[in-house]
Design a protein around this ligand. Structure first.
Ligand code: LLP
Length: 427
């Protein structure tokens, strides 16, 4: 991952800027995001899949108006999963026909807003939603392009809370038992809907392409069944997101071109065997695009050595700006970036300032034994699901996102203020 560099004097820099200067100018904690890296990753995905496929960035990983503009400029599409994400996308000028709208319980207001805006596709997640979207579209006199999300029964090897294609969970219509086929039958019979394909998302932070291959195999199986039963060849399949990134040096992620090649090969082969025209493929990477592009910059406040155990290093943020360690047992790395130290390594745990013992940012790390209050630490790979899942727990002020490019830094999401906190409290 391309985050903090060191120049020849050992000074930590990002995008040519001194990290200590960034802390002085923007304060800590802060998410520092490398815009060039973000754009390069967008292009890598688009190039890997080529003009015959579509890449939808999953906005849930991190979305802001600037991000929407970058995506638009780099030719990517956008996947949103709430009215709020849709609002942000439209407000920043993403053409509606390049937006896909997801979610397992979209409200009627959200559905109406999406259909009125003319979103390119809505991914339907239940029988009720098939009927609801058809009803709204018909009322507005349009045929809404839709996909049906199916669960293919793949056990992705990832944390239980972020695995989504085994059958015992809330998303999609299960392939097993025929609900997915029934959803297709219903959607094909409704005037308000133009069913363009099937959708599958097997989970997140996945390193192995085999889960995607099994999913693609099963999705194509349903395409074949639909052709046989209804004489219709659905033109698209969306295989979701989920490609893993390196959080620590031990992680070994696949490149977009590996996943693109594997998916194209299996879909082409399976379709040949089934006598189907190969559908257009789309994918929805979130983490793999934005995750590696940012790091969180913290200042050390207190240091507590527990002899025989480890040293607890408290920083000025914590689970309110990165819930992933507490929620998923996620692994992160950390380094001292405000100076160079050749002190001996000490076993450390980087913790936040919240009132819980589970408020851990980095479980196990080696930091120099001369670490002192005021030192700056960087935690890499926090671009995805950190700011987007940040909270005001303990009335923390959510940190800003600072984008760095061509030796210049600018705030794209500002730090919350005390006025922001009090403004919502109207009691
Ligand atoms: N498409 C769909 C339908 C999804 O549900 C998701 C993620 C994605 C695409 C993007 O997946 P990605 O490429 O980013 O792995 N908050 C968790 C991850 C939950 C992801 C939910 N859906 C985390 O911090 O790891």
């Amino acid at each position: 991952s391309r985050t903090v560099d060191r120049n020849e004097d050992g000074v930590a820099t990002v995008g040519g800027l001194d990290v200590t200067r960034l802390a002085e100018e923007f304060g800590t904690p802060a998410y520092i995001l490398d815009e060039d890296d973000f754009r390069a990753r967008c292009r890598a995905w688009a190039d890997a899949f080529g003009p015959g496929a579509d890449v939808f960035y999953a906005g849930k990983a991190f979305l802001s108006r600037a991000v929407v503009r970058w995506l638009h400029e780099e030719g990517l599409n956008l996947d949103v999963c709430s009215g709020g994400e849709l609002l942000t996308a439209l407000d920043a000028g993403m053409p509606a026909d390049r937006i896909a709208f997801h979610g397992n319980n979209k409200s009627l207001e959200e559905i109406e807003r999406a259909v009125r805006a003319g979103v390119g596709r809505i991914v339907l997640d239940s029988f009720q939603e098939i009927a609801r979207v058809a009803h709204v579209a018909q009322g507005l006199g349009v045929r809404q392009r839709v996909l049906i999300r199916i669960t293919v029964g793949v056990e992705a090897h990832t944390h239980e809370f972020i695995a989504t294609a085994h059958e015992d969970q809330k998303f999609g219509l299960p392939l097993a038992g025929g609900q997915a086929a029934e959803g297709v039958r219903r959607a094909l019979g409704l005037d308000g809907l133009e069913l363009i394909g099937l959708h599958s998302h097997i989970g997140s932070q996945i390193f192995d392409t085999s889960g995607f291959e099994v999913a693609a195999h099963r999705v194509v199986g349903l395409l074949q069944q639909v052709r046989d039963e209804h004489g219709v060849e659905l033109p698209e399949i969306d295989l979701g997101g989920g490609l893993g990134i390196a959080y620590t040096p031990d992680d070994d992620p696949r490149e977009p071109r590996h996943i693109a090649k594997a998916l194209h090969e299996i879909v082409t082969r399976e379709c040949e065997n089934a006598g189907l025209r190969p559908p257009r493929i789309s994918v929805e990477p979130g983490r793999a695009i934005v995750g590696p592009t940012a790091f969180t910059l913290y200042e050390v406040g207190t240091i507590k050595p527990l002899p025989g155990l480890r040293t607890y290093v408290s920083v000025d943020g914590g689970m309110s700006d990165n819930i992933r360690t507490a929620l998923y047992d996620a692994e992160y790395s950390v380094s001292l970036v405000s100076r160079v130290s050749d002190a001996a390594p000490m076993l450390s745990r980087v913790v936040g300032k919240h009132c819980e013992s589970g408020d851990i940012v980095v479980k196990d790390a080696f930091l120099p034994a001369d670490l002192a209050p005021g030192d700056l630490l960087a935690v890499p790979a926090t671009g995805a699901y950190c700011r987007s899942m940040a909270s005001n727990y303990n009335h923390a002020l959510r940190p800003p996102v600072v984008a760095v490019r061509d030796g210049a830094a600018r705030v794209i999401v500002r730090r919350e203020t005390e006025e922001d906190l009090l403004r919502l409290d109207v009691g």
